[in-house]
Design a protein around this ligand. Structure first.
Ligand code: NZQ
Ligand code: ZN
Length: 385
């Protein structure tokens, strides 16, 4: 196991009716920016519950944060915060709204051009407004981590930043708020969370037994409860398990002290920037192909994963690796996520385009062994055609 420092400061309020906990989390005299998405929270009672919990506090609402939150939209929220001397940001929505809130919270006190926050990956941040969250779409893990991914459509970029200052101070996870999710979104969430585990687990053995067994449990829960929850959207217990599994997939615990990959995410973000494909769907396209290209260096872990997660115990090593990759592709497909670029009308030429964009940005090595060069990225995407 590698050395690590583990820190997670987010207080979680989990379960029915927990939106009311906002009342005790926000100081009475706070000036709050309520950041929201395209309107789902107005039709499922979440907005009403939040307003009730806010009570008499001074609150301004900024609605309209889009899926894959956009820099230019968020900069309008930054202006409001500065003008109205906002001192808390409350995000109510899916991962996009939460990520948007993290960017706003960091950008408000930022002395320079806020785009720098993304270009430097958060490296220079010195302060941020405190953030609270009500999550209505499980998947990204944004409710209990310090990461945020922002798109800038005007220049076709999608970049991430990570910083301890933007962990939400608290997050409300009420599974009932997710009952209104369309099938496409809950399927995306299950697939995204599953891929987060893979990015931190399917690398090379580090003899980190707690992290491995936890990761395998989170994947098994998503495999068991995910389809159940998609089929019966109002089954509280199935949904509650999906919500909690998604938090554990990316709250830092399973990734502590182990090598991590994240190449599928980096490549996937380029596909969203270029073609607007849902985040989780980009992962369903990239990951099976990446596993196949990296099957030798990831071989030992692929065999462990096949055995412990999918029960594959027979055959040669090569057959077991094939089986593990096929089960992974099959899982995405069973959730309704197609796994080929052609399923999204994207031509194979995107392979060299993505490789070129990474090269231009100086991203020359990805993956747990830093062996995924732009040439390998191109091969991965060609195989995903
Ligand atoms: O905007 P509204 O009207 O709320 O509609 C949203 C949106 O259209 C809808 N929705 C959310 N909750 C709902 C609901 N509809 C009905 N009922 C509800 N309860 O769902 C649509 C998609 O929402 P979005 O927030 O975009 O989805 P998701 O949570 O999948 O977030 C995706 C974003 O998160 C980033 C992705 O790159 C992408 O930009 N990620 C963030 C990460 C992080 N912070 O750690 C890690 C991830 O790997 C990921 O990259
Ligand atoms: Zn993701």
């Amino acid at each position: 196991m590698e050395n690590f420092t583990y820190f997670n400061p987010t207080r979680i309020h989990f379960g029915r009716g927990q939106i009311a906990a906002i009342e005790k989390e926000l100081p009475e005299k706070s000036r709050v920016l309520l950041l929201t998405g395209g309107g789902s929270i107005r039709s499922n009672g979440v907005h009403q519950q939040v307003m009730k919990a806010l009570g008499g506090r001074t609150a301004f609402e900024f609605a309209g944060v889009e899926a894959n939150p956009d820099y230019d939209t968020l900069m309008k929220a930054v202006e409001i915060c500065r003008r109205e001397r906002i001192d808390w940001v409350l995000a109510v929505g899916g991962g996009s709204v939460l990520d948007g809130a993290k960017f706003v919270a960091a950008a408000v006190p930022y002395p320079g051009d806020p785009w720098e926050i993304l270009v430097t990956g958060g490296g220079k941040l010195q302060s941020a407004l405190p953030i609270g969250a009500v999550l209505t779409l499980p998947g990204t893990g944004s409710e209990a981590n310090g990461a945020s991914v922002i798109s800038r459509r005007s220049i076709r970029e999608k970049l991430a930043f990570i910083h301890p200052l933007v962990f939400p101070r608290f997050s409300v996870l009420d599974p009932e708020t997710t009952f209104t999710l369309p099938e496409r979104q809950i399927s995306n969430g299950v697939a995204d969370a599953f891929t987060h585990v893979i990015e931190q687990y399917l690398t090379y053995p580090a003899h980190a037994a707690i992290q491995d067994r936890f990761a395998e449990s989170v994947m098994r829960v998503l495999i068991d409860e995910g389809p159940r929850s998609i089929k019966n959207p109002t089954d509280y217990d199935a949904r509650a398990n999906v919500v909690w599994a998604a938090t554990w997939a990316l709250n830092g615990a399973i990734g502590a002290g182990v090598p991590q990959d994240w190449a599928s995410h980096m490549i996937g973000h380029e596909l969203t920037a270029l073609h607007g494909i849902d985040h989780a769907r980009t992962l369903a396209v990239v990951l099976p192909s990446l596993l196949s290209v990296q099957r030798t260096t990831k071989g030992a872990k692929l065999i462990q994963y096949g055995e412990r997660v999918w029960g594959i115990r027979e055959g040669s090593d090569s057959e077991r690796i094939d089986g593990a990759i096929e089960r992974t592709r099959g899982f995405y497909e069973s959730l309704g996520l197609r796994t080929r670029l052609s399923d999204y009308d994207v031509k194979a030429a995107v392979a060299s385009e993505v490789a070129g964009r990474l090269r231009a940005r100086g991203v020359l090595t990805l993956g747990e062994r830093a062996d995924i060069t732009p040439e390998v990225v191109e091969r991965i995407l060609r195989q995903a055609a």
